[in-house]
Design a protein. Structure first.
Length: 239
């Protein structure tokens, strides 16, 4: 399923120096993670859940989202293998075997106009066509985005799909390292850890939180609402 971050201004995505940030203002990473997880597993994992995972694992940083951290957590949750690469051939090979890719675009730089963004941004590459063009889901898509000066004629929008030449994406990721986060494989829903059990990376902290009464022990993989967060902060004596 395609997700656009503009639809999630109500979902907080705070970081140091960006305490009022939301998914709309800085959550391209969780939106891409949600699209990859659902695309490869067939399971529901909306941006709210991906945002909670990013925050809980420390993937949310002041500059945006550390996709290496979020990608590994996503892999563990859904049984995906993740690799990092800056080689275009690895991106096309991943797509050719049914994988999905999150591309790390860099935006404008001297002598170059960013295609997908003026600054740093993540987009999801979900397929490669027979002629080598890529099918991209851009969580920052809006009407007329590719009609702007410097972008016109470089991409074709078909509904939620943005069709671009592979070379265009490679150029748009110039200066980034890694350029691509490659995701492959998925386990069946029956083989995943039950929602009643925390992931291994969270197990120790989860057990301490439950033992001390900070959390009630239910829904370890559920998203957190603001009112639930307020209760947790109250139990910690922070509000």
């Amino acid at each position: 399923m395609y997700y656009n971050q503009k639809d999630y201004g109500h979902v907080p995505y705070p970081a140091k120096g960006y305490e009022a940030a939301t998914v709309k203002s800085g959550g391209c990473g969780p939106c891409c993670a949600a699209m990859v997880a659902e695309g490869l597993s067939g399971l529901s994992f909306p941006p709210e859940a991906a945002t909670a995972l990013a925050i809980s694992t420390g993937a949310r940083v002041s500059g945006g989202t550390h996709m290496g951290v979020l990608g590994r957590a996503l892999g563990e949750r859904f049984g995906l293998a993740m690799a990092e690469s800056s080689m275009l051939k690895d991106l096309t090979a991943c797509l050719g075997t049914g994988g999905w890719v999150i591309a790390n675009v860099s935006g404008n730089r001297s002598g170059y106009t960013g295609l997908f963004s003026d600054g740093g941004h993540y987009v999801t590459v979900r397929a490669i066509e027979a002629d080598g063009h890529l099918v991209v889901w851009d969580p920052g898509l809006y009407a007329g985005k590719f009609d702007r000066e410097g972008r016109k004629g470089r991409a074709e929008v078909r509904g939620n799909d943005v069709r671009v030449a592979a070379r265009e994406l490679e150029l748009d990721c110039g200066g980034r390292s890694p350029r691509y986060y490659l995701f492959t494989g998925a386990v069946k829903a029956d083989d995943l850890p039950p929602e009643s059990a925390p992931a291994s990376w969270a197990k120790a902290c989860w057990e301490r939180a439950v033992a001390t009464g900070v959390l009630d022990g239910t829904s370890p993989q559920g998203a957190v609402t603001r009112e639930q967060l307020a209760v947790v902060l109250g139990r910690l004596g922070l509000v």
